[in-house]
Design a protein around this ligand. Structure first.
Ligand code: FES
Ligand code: FES
Length: 140
């Protein structure tokens, strides 16, 4: 079935040529960092976002210690959320990733790791921002 093959190639492509691999400086004030683990298998995913003044994701990076599906899922989501607002990115469901990469049921949790990671990165960014605003307010 040709359609199946093209899905399959997509996973392999993201696995062999992962996009946006790397690190951002965690302490940059426009960076949010999400670090999550999958209890089922022990795989770990770090996902980082850089956010502009309008609350839009302008850059993404990831490092994943895990299986091919986890690496492909993180690569895919870093591409997918680039250009989105934080609100939009927070709505991204793992089922979108799983469908796009055609992950089998036993690999669904790998895409869930990517959903958790982006949510966690957004939360980190928002907490940092709230803290900064509170400090600025206290200082004025
Ligand atoms: Fe083997 Fe995730 S279970 S790498
Ligand atoms: Fe656990 Fe893929 S993240 S097997």
């Amino acid at each position: 079935v040709p359609q199946r093959r093209s899905y399959h190639e997509k996973v392999i492509d993201h696995y062999e040529n992962p996009r946006n691999v790397g690190n951002m400086n965690k302490t940059d004030e426009d960076v949010g960092t999400g670090l999550v683990g999958a209890p089922a298998c022990g795989d770990v995913m770090k996902l980082q976002i850089r956010v502009d003044g309008d609350g839009k994701i302008i850059d993404t990076k990831f490092k994943t210690f895990g299986c091919g599906s986890a690496i492909a899922s993180s690569s895919y989501i870093t591409e997918y959320v680039k250009g989105m607002t934080l609100d939009e990115a927070a709505q991204v469901k793992n089922t979108v990733i799983a469908k796009e990469l055609s992950l089998p049921p036993v690999k669904l949790h790998c895409s869930l790791l990517a959903e958790d990671a982006i949510k966690s990165a957004i939360k980190d960014y928002q907490q940092k921002r709230a803290k900064r605003l509170a400090q600025a307010q206290a200082a004025s």
